[in-house]
Design a protein around this ligand. Structure first.
Ligand SMILES: C[S@@+](CC[C@H](N)C(=O)[O-])C[C@H]1O[C@@H](n2cnc3c(N)ncnc32)[C@H](O)[C@@H]1O
Length: 284
């Protein structure tokens, strides 16, 4: 092949990649599991090969990449207040041997709650493990803005896991295996336990930000994320999406059967303690 043809192929040809190269468990969980769930929920009512899709809180963009490479999506725009997606070209090369991120993907850093409506109209949107991190007073404005971005008949798949009141709703399981530790221990005791933690943390819970922070910095980052959680319940989420104008088309709540410690019985409704994940399909 002459060199011009090679250059054109590498820039514009079908990207080649190999999922057998994946060694990172965080990457694997997003490239396979998360992308498959999004495809099932959003790809049934919408044709992902035609739809313009927005991912709210895209993080490192691995799920978006998988939707393009594995499920034929042709237009995904990821927005996030952080810029983890800037790592995608490097990690996709490492984990898949992918030489360039497909042009079907675009990413953008946004200011928290800055409106997107008016400059964006999409057929579908999704959000994965993000809405528990949005400040409570920004939930309704953001959801109303997303509603305004969705074309009539469009669909929004929203997932949260783990919900705050579930056994590991603190997002601190990587440092503390005791179920409901955040509802049982004081903030100080929780932090001391994390500070004292030695040794590796679960690979599937170690995102690509870990390397930037280092072991001790990551502890602080994760604990601050815990403090900032909005503590939304499944019922509150459903209610607020409806206030924002969405129609609830489908819902699934997943529950755990972990025995509830005596200290929590009667303090919180049992369903609130047991519901660790929610999936919503919303209509515009
Ligand atoms: C737990 S991460 C999930 C990221 C990605 N969806 C994933 O599955 O890996 C939560 C993400 O929500 C983003 N986020 C938090 N508040 C946000 C907001 N107001 N607007 C947009 N993104 C937000 C964070 O920056 C973070 O990337």
């Amino acid at each position: 092949m002459n060199s011009l043809l090679q250059v054109l192929k590498s820039r514009f040809g079908t990207p080649t990649w190999d999922a057998d190269r994946i060694t990172d468990e965080w990457f694997r969980a997003h490239f396979h599991y998360a992308a498959d769930v999004v495809r099932q929920w959003l790809g049934e009512p919408l044709d992902l090969t035609q739809a313009k899709v927005l991912n709210f809180g895209c993080g490192d963009g691995i799920t978006d990449l998988a939707l393009v490479l594995r499920h034929g999506a042709t237009s995904i725009h990821g927005v996030d207040i952080r810029q983890e997606y800037a790592k995608l070209p490097r990690i996709a090369k490492e984990q898949l041997g992918l030489r360039r991120v497909p042009a079907a993907l675009s990413f953008e850093t946004i200011v928290p709650s800055a409106p997107l409506a008016g400059r964006m109209q999409v057929d579908g949107m999704f959000s994965w493990s993000t809405f528990e991190h949005v400040q409570r007073d920004q939930l309704l404005p953001i959801l109303s803005d997303l509603h305004a971005c969705l074309r009539p008949g469009g669909k929004f798949f929203l997932q949260i896991e783990p919900l705050y009141y579930s056994p590991y709703g603190s997002h601190l399981r990587r440092y503390n295996e005791q179920p409901w530790h955040h509802l049982l221990e004081t903030e100080d005791a929780l932090w001391r336990g994390i500070e004292a933690h030695q040794g590796p943390i679960a690979a599937e819970e170690t995102d690509f930000g870990f390397a930037d922070f280092g072991v001790e910095g990551y502890k602080k980052f994760v604990f601050n994320e815990y403090l900032a959680l909005n503590r939304l319940t499944a019922d509150e989420l459903v209610e607020i999406t409806q206030q924002a104008g969405f129609q609830l088309l489908r819902e699934e709540r997943r529950q755990v059967d972990t025995p509830i410690p005596e200290a929590l019985q009667g303090r919180y409704p049992e369903a609130q303690l047991r519901t660790n994940e929610i999936f919503l399909l919303l209509g515009a």
